[in-house]
Design a binder for this molecule. Structure first.
Ligand code: SF4
Ligand code: SF4
Length: 299
């Protein structure tokens, strides 16, 4: 089993469009999909399907004071570094769940309780297993929820060879949770100055965690000069640009009908995504032979 994360330095680069197309290109028995963009999940819009199970997720703890036991001494309020306790009442939005108040309370009036911060789902998309989740608004613990989504996907593996992960954008803890332990990451970027900078940052995150990286330049033809700069950067870094996807109005048309680009007849972008998918699968199959070569970049 191999896990491949599709990530980007920021949102809106076309990451989910590409992941949705990968799902369409794969056979149900070959892959499991996981949407790890738990703060703004949208792969389910393309995937469709029917939820076959869901579970509440508790990613945080909060302090709760029992007023019947509380003597009103105020010690808990004094020790809380986050200013979460006022008048013997915990503000759950400020509570970081450190548990200090429960340790110092002389009356044993503080209990640490699990807080429901999200919900996980397993969806059946015409035989393909799709693991995803939704984080509650303002909730903490998104990195833990990403880990649960990946764990759920792996637990549903039967004969499938690949888990394809729609990762979170950026370089924060949700991205780290999306890529840690993955066999490869496809970094999707776009030909803008910020796209190039985002690529540098997200690449350094991948390398820090020892994840092999490929690059896809989405809408490469919108600025061929910066596309050239990105390609030069990749060459210098020993990274393979596995996909150059052209701007294509048909991608937008497809999204209106929740159809991935590869299902839009005559779509140039769809054609290139298909080629990129085949290239990645080939590279992964050749992994053992290529692992010390340049395909995956330096670590
Ligand atoms: S430390 Fe315990 S008894 Fe004192 S105010 Fe806090 S909860 Fe109440
Ligand atoms: S658990 Fe920590 S952050 Fe929360 S109220 Fe108690 S001391 Fe403050």
């Amino acid at each position: 089993m191999k896990q491949i994360a599709v990530i980007s330095g920021k949102g809106g680069t076309g990451k989910t469009t590409i992941t949705g197309s990968f799902a369409s290109l794969s056979k149900a028995g070959d892959i499991i999909m996981a949407d790890c963009d738990v703060e703004a999940p949208n792969l389910h819009l393309i995937m469709g399907g029917e939820d076959v199970c869901s579970d509440e997720f508790s990613g945080a703890r909060v302090a709760v004071i029992d007023p019947d036991k509380c003597s009103g001494c105020g010690i808990c309020s004094d020790v809380c570094r986050f200013g979460a306790i006022e008048n013997c009442t915990v503000n759950s939005l400020k509570c970081e769940g450190c548990g200090t108040c429960s340790i110092v309370c002389p009356e044993g009036a503080v209990e640490m309780k699990d807080e429901i911060t999200g919900k996980t789902y397993i969806t059946d998309c015409e035989g393909m297993v799709f693991s995803h989740a939704r984080l509650e608004i303002g909730a903490d613990g998104s990195g833990k929820l990403v880990t649960r989504v990946r764990k759920n996907a792996v637990e549903h593996l039967e004969e499938q060879e690949y888990v394809i992960i729609d990762g979170s954008p950026g370089i924060g803890c949700v991205v780290i949770a999306s890529i840690t332990g993955c066999d490869a990451a496809l970094i999707v970027t776009e030909p803008t100055r910020s796209g190039l900078e985002d690529l540098r940052r997200v690449l350094s995150t991948c390398r820090h965690f020892g994840v092999k990286s490929f690059v896809c330049i989405n809408k490469f033809d919108l600025n061929t000069q910066i596309t050239g700069e990105i390609e030069e950067f990749c060459r210098n870094e020993g990274l393979e640009v596995v996909g150059r996807i052209p701007y294509d109005d048909m991608v937008i048309e497809g999204l209106k009908d929740m159809k991935p680009a590869v299902e839009m007849e005559g779509s140039q972008a769809g054609r290139q995504i298909r080629s990129m998918y085949l290239r990645i699968m080939k590279l992964l199959k050749e992994e053992d032979a290529d692992v010390t070569g340049n395909c995956y970049g330096r670590f």
